[in-house]
Design a protein around this ligand. Structure first.
Ligand code: FAD
Ligand code: NAI
Length: 475
């Protein structure tokens, strides 16, 4: 006899566990199945985000930034710090503690919300009685029956053809977050979000870092002005970024690896490294889901096909997060999870794809929401632009971090904000104001007329909004 639930969620990452909590809040009986194991074989809820993604990467970025500051910026404050060393083992152990706190926190949240958790792999067995039978294969075997199924099985790192991850020398994000020592020479393939964040961590700790990027443009999805400023800042920090390369054979050398590639001029090159991180995007994960048993439709990329409401081709089966179309971001997965739970309850779940913020947690941080200047040009939208440099912001000067700017793009006629692009200190936090403004269809003038605390970095946001109307006060 199967255990009965109103809603069964397969996957306990940000898409899945949040969907499970929201469904339980709405009064459903809910099961959440997740197969991730910690190093003792126990559950480790939170998916890629918590275990080998957002959280551990930010922990290492923080540690490495402290190290960098102690070595390079304390002196300007009059602080002498000599003989500063980094214990990589301790840094990684701290990161593991942060991860575990999050794993345990999510387990507690499921319990608090009366979500029944099953540790193991969930797979479709068959459709039955207006619902679906789901098998859980873990330490024990369970059979569940659910009226609604939410699939939130996430994504996996994409490997280079012919160079599978061994997590020793050829690393995915998993191995990149577990290095036990600073590699002397580190190579990365792909100068996207992971390439830049992970490259920054190990560069700050002393690696000689080279990033090989296939495309001729740097950060093509980012506003061109921001991408240009970022490229300048990263190369100044010593990250070597080669654009427009074609990666060829990767061979094991005596100690590390040798990467053959062709540079943008078409010249044959070789890069010798101790470790290689491959960060060329991620692929949706439906491994072991047995989607064929019920005829769940996948696209040519292996993503589950869903409509705008996250409904699949099967009645009562929904899918959210990295396993479906759209940006692979934790907060996008969460928003979809909440919306689906609400739709199951007959409510109007809401996800606004136009106001999903992006953040790259490098130094300087990069954050944006809405359209870039190049997108507005392509779309033929008449717009006004205004920007304000952190160099002219008192708080940024006091912090000692004046790189970058805030840039507003607003409709030429209505003044509605169409995009906000930030590169600089705490861009990750500053972007929230722009998201709220865009969600409420604010104009640039609305932001310009709002009182912002002094001295704060957010004054740069206000000034950039004023700049749209060519009336900055402090620049
Ligand atoms: P996942 O988090 O991948 O969770 C899926 C879960 O389902 C996993 O626990 C998996 O074990 C489980 N599962 C899969 N199949 C089954 C099955 N059949 N049965 C049971 N369980 C199953 N995003 C951000 O927004 N901000 C960031 O700063 C950020 N940093 C990142 C850094 C790195 C290095 C990486 C790799 C990603 C980062 N991301 C970031 C992306 C973010 O991690 C993902 O977008 C997010 O985790 C997607 O959530 P999800 O719930 O869809 O899937
Ligand atoms: P990405 O899509 O951000 O970047 C991949 C890069 O690799 C691109 O620039 C692409 O042109 C390049 N590339 C692809 N194939 C190549 C090849 N064969 N040779 C050379 N270059 C090649 O993917 P990434 O960095 O792997 O991250 C995956 C996803 O994880 C991100 O898109 C994002 O959704 C998520 N993520 C989000 C973070 C955040 O929000 N701060 C942090 C890290 C990851």
């Amino acid at each position: 006899m199967s255990k009965q639930f109103d809603v069964i969620v397969i996957g306990g990452g940000p898409g899945g566990y949040i969907a499970a909590i929201r469904a339980a809040q709405l009064g459903f009986t809910v099961a959440c199945i997740d197969e991730w194991k910690n190093d003792k074989g126990g559950p480790a809820l939170g998916g890629t985000c918590t275990n080998i993604g957002c959280i551990p990467s930010k922990a290492l970025l923080q540690s490495s930034e402290h190290f960098h500051h102690a070595n390079h910026h304390f002196a300007e404050h009059g602080i002498t710090a000599t003989g500063v060393t980094m214990d990589v083992g301790k840094m990684v152990a701290r990161k593991n503690t942060v991860v575990k706190q999050n794993n345990d926190g999510i387990q507690y949240l499921l319990k608090k919300n009366k979500v029944t958790f099953f540790h193991g792999r969930g797979s479709f067995v068959k459709a039955a009685d207006g619902g679906y039978v789901i098998n859980v294969a873990g330490a024990t075997e369970d059979s569940l029956m659910g009226k609604h199924i939410i699939v939130a099985t996430g994504s996996n790192a994409r490997a280079l053809p012919g160079a599978p991850f061994d997590e020793e020398r050829i690393l995915s994000n998993d191995g990149a977050l577990r290095l036990g020592a600073v590699p002397k020479k580190l190579g990365l393939i792909g100068s996207g979000v992971i390439g830049l964040e992970m490259g920054s961590v190990w560069k700050r700790l002393g690696s000689e870092v080279t990033i090989l990027e296939g495309l001729p443009t740097f950060l093509g999805a980012v506003d061109e002005q921001v991408a240009k400023e970022a490229f300048k800042a990263f190369t100044k920090q010593g990250l070597k970024i080669e654009l427009g390369v074609k990666v060829g054979e990767i061979t094991a050398a005596k100690k590390g690896l040798s990467i053959a590639y062709t540079n943008a001029k078409g010249e044959a090159q070789t890069l010798d490294v101790d470790k290689l991180i491959v960060s060329i995007g991620r692929v949706p994960n439906t491994i072991g889901l047995n989607s064929e048993a019920v005829g769940l439709k996948l696209d040519e990329r292996g993503a589950i096909v869903v409509d705008g409401d996250c409904k699949t081709n099967l009645p009562g089966v929904w899918a959210v997060g990295d396993v479906v179309r759209g940006p692979m971001l934790a907060h996008k997965a969460e928003e979809e999870g909440v919306a689906v739970a609400e739709r199951i309850a007959g409510q109007h779940g809401h996800v606004n794809f136009n106001t999903i913020p992006w953040v790259i947690y490098t130094s300087p941080e990069i954050a944006w929401v809405g359209r870039t200047e190049q997108q507005l040009k392509t779309d033929g939208v008449a717009y006004k632009a205004g920007s304000f440099p952190f160099l002219a912001n008192g708080r940024a000067r006091a912090l000692g971090d004046t790189t970058g700017f805030v840039k507003f793009l607003a409709d030429a006629t209505t003044d509605e904000i169409l995009g906000v692009h930030i590169i600089g200190p705490m861009a990750s936090e500053l972007i929230a104001e722009a998201v709220v403004a865009m969600e409420f269809k604010a104009s640039a003038e609305d932001i310009a007329r709002i009182c912002h605390a002094h001295p704060s970095l957010s004054e740069a946001t206000k000034e950039a909004a004023l700049a749209v109307d060519k009336r900055t006060l402090n620049f």
